[in-house]
Design a protein around this ligand. Structure first.
Ligand code: 5AD
Ligand code: SF4
Length: 579
């Protein structure tokens, strides 16, 4: 479609993307929905997200904007009038996947003239790609960059009016845009951006170009977002930044440790953060983690390579010894800490000896979990221009050996958990089996266990029975009603006017063998006491015995009087708060 008319408002420029001269500026967005967008009211949108948590959070903003336009979300792309692909450029295959995905929407405009395909995210920040997409794929309506998500409604309105594909991608990034709408994808776990962009310029990485200059959000805006999440029953917040440790370096008088203090004090049960750069992981952060039990004792600390020579060429600013010393220090200060990491194999010039050093560090540290990657040359990055690229077969062969070494450590870490009890935040029933719940431990390990669906969003104690490399199998180690009652009580403490109380208590009352059996038991006792004839007495005693056996043989009721009091106490407390 070479004669296809396209409108380019702005296009990415690598030299501007590299520049760090632009000033940091906070902008409060005021989304305006143009009347031309009425055509989408009541229609469905579908978003597909690739890549990191930052993209997941951006997609929640896109969803918030579509909902502000009166649209509803669908999980079926075939139903959607607007499809948005939020792309990732970190590795090559992620990019290839997008081309495949675009192909699926080939003739959609013919069937529905209001259909629009929006392509957004990091791949669109690469030079030339947006235009190539718009000219070679007629189904692409709009290409939008990572710095102007807030302009989606304006761009869509121009597209609707002009009916020609439109592209708007800025290269320079100085702005921190606040007050954008958001539609969160999970009711209990949330991502909160604390900074955007990255100034580290690791030589393999495209992020400093696609996401631009590192800029922090104001502390008060982050705290406000977390307070809102707290009031809305959120159990876990993950603070996001390419380098959380350098949070606040562009602001006056604040630091990541101070931010951790402020966020932890709000009272959300679980706080995590992603990603830490080993170079500026400081003692203040360790102290902040120790001060607050609700900061999870889990750190994602990318190693990238175990060879000091390769690390230097990657521009990572630490040596193998410094990384190991940092791990040692963290483990001494916080013995229960769990560590995860990112590792790349096949960086240009990586020799067998360099690779063996990576394996050595992996074995020494014994990571609790790890993401492993094959080096992928990214256009415009210094490492991609090197002539000493490692041949594909060698990269793959090293990758397989790395995965094996990593899995040994991960398996050992999972095996150590068997027989112990951990607190798990329940994500909900697993996809494969409704009766099985899944969730994550403090150390971010996936646990599956049988349990009732109403525990979604609760923190429950689970005893680990079996370990597999990437997941664990367990069983509930507390009464589910009690766990739910605790969650309801803590929720009502956060927001005494909470309307959801009604639905929570209903769930509790509709359940459950526990409360039901106790009340049946007391009824049966009464029946025995009140029986008038021999036959009536005999029948009542049999019923009572049956119930007694049922309750006595169920280990959950071993401590039933105490449990009953605790549940009723919590319910009284919650009702008092409501009044
Ligand atoms: N090739 C392979 N892996 C990469 N990563 C970043 N850039 C590349 C690349 N060009 C990995 C790093 C980073 C993670 C998010 O992705 O390990 O920590
Ligand atoms: Fe990329 Fe390095 Fe920045 Fe991480 S720290 S986003 S790997 S440049």
């Amino acid at each position: 479609m070479s004669n296809r008319k396209i409108e380019v408002l702005s296009r990415p420029d690598a030299s501007k993307a590299r520049s760090r001269l632009n000033e940091r500026k906070v902008v409060r967005s005021d989304i305006q929905i143009d009347p031309s967008l009425e055509v989408y009211k009541g229609k469905s949108f579908y978003i597909k997200t690739y890549g990191c948590q930052g993209n997941v959070r951006d997609s929640e903003t896109f969803a918030g904007i579509f909902k502000a336009m009166g649209m509803v979300e669908t999980e079926d792309p075939k139903e959607a009038t607007i499809v948005l692909l939020n792309t990732c450029a970190v590795r090559e295959n992620a990019e290839e996947k997008v081309y495949g995905e675009i192909g699926k929407f080939k003739d959609r405009q013919k069937a529905d003239s209001s259909f629009a395909l929006v392509v957004a995210g990091c791949v669109m920040q690469e030079e030339g790609i947006g235009e190539k997409l718009m000219t070679s794929y007629p189904q692409v309506s709009l290409v939008i960059g990572t710095h102007n998500i807030n302009e989606l409604p304006e761009c869509l309105a121009s597209y609707v009016k002009g009916r020609r594909p439109l592209m708007s991608v800025y290269s320079k990034a100085g702005e921190v845009v606040e007050s954008l709408p958001v539609s969160r994808s999970d009711p209990y776990k949330a991502y909160v951006d604390i900074s955007y962009g990255c100034d580290k310029f690791c030589t393999y990485c495209i992020v400093p170009y696609t996401r631009g200059r590192e800029r922090s959000r104001d502390l008060k805006d982050i705290v406000k977002e977390c307070q809102d999440l707290y009031l809305n029953d959120y159990q876990e917040v993950t603070l996001l930044g390419q380098n959380v440790n350098s949070y606040g370096k562009d602001l006056k008088d604040t630091s990541f440790a101070e931010l951790l203090d402020k966020v932890a004090e709000i009272g959300i049960p679980r706080i995590r953060y992603l990603t830490s750069h080993p170079w500026d992981f400081n003692d203040e952060m360790i102290r902040a983690m120790k001060r607050h039990p609700n900061i999870m004792k889990w750190i994602h600390l990318p190693l990238q390579s175990g060879s000091t020579k390769v690390l230097k060429e990657m521009g990572r600013r630490y040596s193998k010894e410094e990384y190991l010393a940092l791990v040692e220090k963290i483990r001494t200060e916080i013995p229960e800490i769990e560590l995860s990491t990112d590792i790349i194999v096949g960086f240009p010039g990586e020799t067998e000896e360099d690779f063996l050093e990576t394996i050595e560090v992996v074995k020494k540290v014994g990571f609790d979990s790890a993401f492993t990657f094959i080096y992928s040359p990214r256009p415009g990055t210094p490492a991609a221009a090197r002539e000493d690229q490692v041949p594909e077969e060698i990269k793959h062969e090293r990758f397989n050996r790395l995965v094996k070494a990593v899995e040994e450590g991960v398996s050992a870490s999972s095996e150590r958990m068997v027989g112990k009890t951990y607190e798990v935040l329940v994500d909900g029933p697993s996809k494969r089996d409704k009766a099985i719940l899944s969730g994550y431990t403090e150390g971010n390990k996936l646990v599956n266990f049988p349990g009732p669906e109403y525990l979604k969003g609760c923190l429950v104690r689970v005893k680990i029975k079996e370990s597999h490399t990437y997941s664990l199998l367990g069983e509930l180690d507390e009464d589910p009603v009690l766990a739910k009652a605790k969650q309801v009580a803590s929720f009502l403490k956060r927001d005494p006017s909470a309307k959801e109380f009604i639905s929570h208590t209903k769930e509790l009352k509709d359940d459950l063998s526990f409360r039901e059996n106790l009340s049946l038991l007391s009824k049966a006792q009464k029946a025995v006491a009140l029986s008038r004839s021999e036959a009536e007495h005999h029948k009542a005693v049999e019923e009572l015995k049956g119930l007694q056996d049922l309750i006595d043989n169920d280990p959950r009721y071993a401590n039933r009087e105490a449990l009953k009091e605790e549940v009723e106490g919590l319910l009284r407390e919650t009702e008092a708060i409501l009044k």
